[in-house]
Design a protein around this ligand. Structure first.
Ligand SMILES: Cc1cc2nc3c(=O)[nH]c(=O)nc-3n(C[C@H](O)[C@H](O)[C@H](O)COP(=O)(O)OP(=O)(O)OC[C@H]3O[C@@H](n4cnc5c(N)ncnc54)[C@H](O)[C@@H]3O)c2cc1C
Length: 580
């Protein structure tokens, strides 16, 4: 049966849209469907971390995202307060903006973090994917699929006309979110628990600049009895569009069912959290979301691959959702492209699940733990058993005596503990892949972590790690990152001026998906010796970087014989690409 498309993607959220964008960029025929009429209409994901930004940079949309986002320096401190207009209790330096951590962040990536609500991010992914040739069908529902040896037949429904039809694709990607039917239909296990807690959100418009212009912050926690339920036990005021569009949020007891919140009650709650009883507010939307703690140990079966919330379901704490979705997509897309174009055997696709499922498990655990880790902060703000626990807790924090001193020390420690959510560059960047698409150093010992693995990025060229960012300089004198000269849908073999044998070997191999990078010459000069410092291999060694920026294999020791270099490189590529 003829194919309607090479890859059919179900869902146009961050996972589906990034998959489509990457596949279209790589020149693969991709068709994406969504049952809704348009893209995200609620501002869910917003904090976009450096790794996701690196993905967007590679896909050529970083500048466009920067244009619409709240920039890194405006993301500000996370502030704890009795209300936006009320007493400020504590502040935290967050997202690497504090002096103590900023250097780590800029040293580790050419990209900044930024704040970009999903309804602004998705159209950028969508528009660029469509411009590059991806086909989109909205109002189209996935119903079921059947796979065989050569492809997948997918049953779909046009939700406007009710017409049912089928499409045939070589591969199917289930990017259909936390209630994924594609994943359910695969019959794969999901471990954990769905809906273990609930949060109520109100999206509203109000000009709050007078309360925040002197302390820009996209995230404020309000310590107030009106929002003291649940693990976090504080009300949330999150800026969507600084400083005129906001979300107010608070936990609710799921044992009592979904709360009925009238506009009047929502208005009252917003005014309480802001601390302005007369605040002019336009309520845009009310919604609830549930705290999930579930991950899939396997992301794929045969020709069907799932990614994003379909396979890792967790709360927004740590801001790992859409960021992880984009990285799933980026991991999968180049593999699909190589297989569809015949540059790799189908076995390459077997590496997707072993590489991304452990990341899914890690982010589910981290995001849920980040909620639990509010407990010590909450305890500092309350005196249990007091007539008014919060008033008593806050009074204790102001007290001059030993109890006050102890409370202040405890709060400092509790806030520092939250670095694993708010300054966790390691959580965001330290993924390590183990799979058939990575060849470990022969006899290589386990990696030794020199600093806290969650807080600090550890750069390395060990196979399975992301290539370190180092500033090189091109022939015009402009700085380019090692990430800029690698990626873009191709493998890169990175060597130094002494690596002549690798130059000859790459030339002889003549594979169009492989580019040679010789640092120290042309557009990849290394005048800061940053790459020399970070590369961990001899100058006449080599690092083979995959299209997604991960190191596939390296030759640590020098190789001066071109025949030997060709033998090593051929063996590595053939193994990674399942061409043996
Ligand atoms: C309150 C909140 C705050 C968040 N904050 C952050 C944050 O700061 N940073 C972060 O990284 N993440 C955050 N997230 C998480 C982020 O929103 C999700 O991880 C992300 O949207 C998941 O993307 P996805 O593409 O996997 O699925 P979704 O975005 O859920 O998209 C699913 C897609 O599938 C389509 N679909 C579903 N079923 C079908 C079907 N049967 N047929 C056809 N189409 C279908 C839908 O129409 C949609 O297009 C937050 C989430 C919430 C709820």
């Amino acid at each position: 049966m003829a194919f309607d498309t090479d890859v059919l993607v179900i869902g146009s959220g961050p996972t589906g849209a990034t998959t489509a964008l990457a596949l279209a960029t790589y020149g693969v025929d991709v068709h994406i469907i969504s049952r809704t009429n348009w893209l995200a209409d609620t501002p869910r994901a917003h904090i976009t971390n450096q790794r996701a930004m690196e993905v967007l940079r590679d896909l050529g949309v970083e500048d466009e995202v920067l244009k619409y986002a709240t920039p890194w320096d405006q993301m500000g401190d996370t502030v704890f307060m009795t209300s936006l207009a009320g007493e400020e209790i504590a502040r935290m330096r967050c997202w690497g903006t504090g002096e103590r951590r900023h250097g780590d962040y800029v040293f580790g990536s050419p990209c900044s973090l930024l704040d970009m609500p999903q309804p602004l991010m998705e159209p950028i992914l969508f528009k660029n994917a469509a411009q590059r040739g991806a086909k989109f069908s909205f109002n189209t529902e996935y119903c079921s699929h059947l796979q065989d040896d050569s492809g997948v037949t997918v049953q779909l429904k046009d939700t406007l006309s009710g017409r049912e039809f089928s499409m045939r694709a070589k591969y199917l990607v289930g990017a259909d979110g936390a209630r994924s039917k594609v994943f359910d239909d695969l019959g794969l296990p999901l471990e954990g628990q769905m809906a273990r807690a609930g949060t109520f959100y109100v999206l509203f418009k109000a000009d709050l600049s007078r309360y925040v212009s002197h302390r820009p912050s996209i995230l404020q926690w309000v310590v107030n009895p009106s929002a003291s339920f649940g693990e976090i036990g504080m009300g949330l005021l999150r800026a969507i569009m600084p400083w005129t569009e906001w979300i107010a949020g608070w936990g609710f007891d799921i044992a009592k069912g979904e709360p009925e919140v009238s506009d009047e009650l929502a208005l009252q709650q917003i005014r309480t959290l802001v601390g302005d009883p007369k605040l002019d507010v336009e309520i845009v939307r009310k919604s609830v979301w549930y705290v999930n703690q579930a991950h899939a140990p396997h992301f794929a079966k045969g020709r069907v691959f799932c990614g994003g919330d379909a396979v890792h379901r967790h709360p927004p704490s740590s801001g790992l959702g859409s960021n992880t979705c984009m990285q799933d997509a980026f991991n999968l897309a180049w593999k699909l492209a190589f297989v569809v174009k015949g540059a790799a055997g189908a076995g390459l696709l077997d590496s997707y699940s072993p590489e991304r499922a452990p990341v899914g498990k890690q982010v589910v655990q981290r995001a849920n733990q980040s909620r639990l880790d509010y407990a010590p902060i909450k305890a500092c703000f309350r005196v249990e058993g007091a007539e008014n626990p919060i008033a008593a807790g806050l009074a204790r924090l102001r007290e001059a005596g030993p109890e006050g001193h102890a409370a202040r020390l405890a709060l400092q420690a509790a806030l520092e503990f939250k670095d694993t959510e708010f300054n966790a560059q390691g959580v965001e960047m330290n993924q390590r892949y183990v799979s058939g698409a990575v060849i470990a150093d022969p006899g290589g010992a386990d990696e030794v972590w020199h600093r806290d693995q969650q807080l600090y990025l550890q750069e390395t060229t060990r196979p399975g790690a992301k290539i370190p960012h180092a500033w090189l300089v091109d022939r015009r004198g402009l700085r380019v990152s090692t990430l800029d000269v690698t990626g873009k849908g191709k493998f890169s073999l990175v060597t130094g001026l002494a690596g002549e044998a690798w130059r000859v070997a790459a030339g002889r191999l003549g594979r169009d998906y492989l580019r040679l990078i010789v640092t120290g010459e042309g557009d990849t000069l290394d005048p800061y010796f940053e790459w020399q410092r970070k590369r961990e291999v001899h100058e006449a060694g080599a690092v083979l970087v995959r299209p997604d920026g991960y190191v596939a294999w390296r030759a640590v020791e020098p190789v001066y014989d071109a025949v030997e270099a060709e033998r090593l490189l051929t063996a590595a590529l053939d193994r990674i690409l399942d061409r043996a």
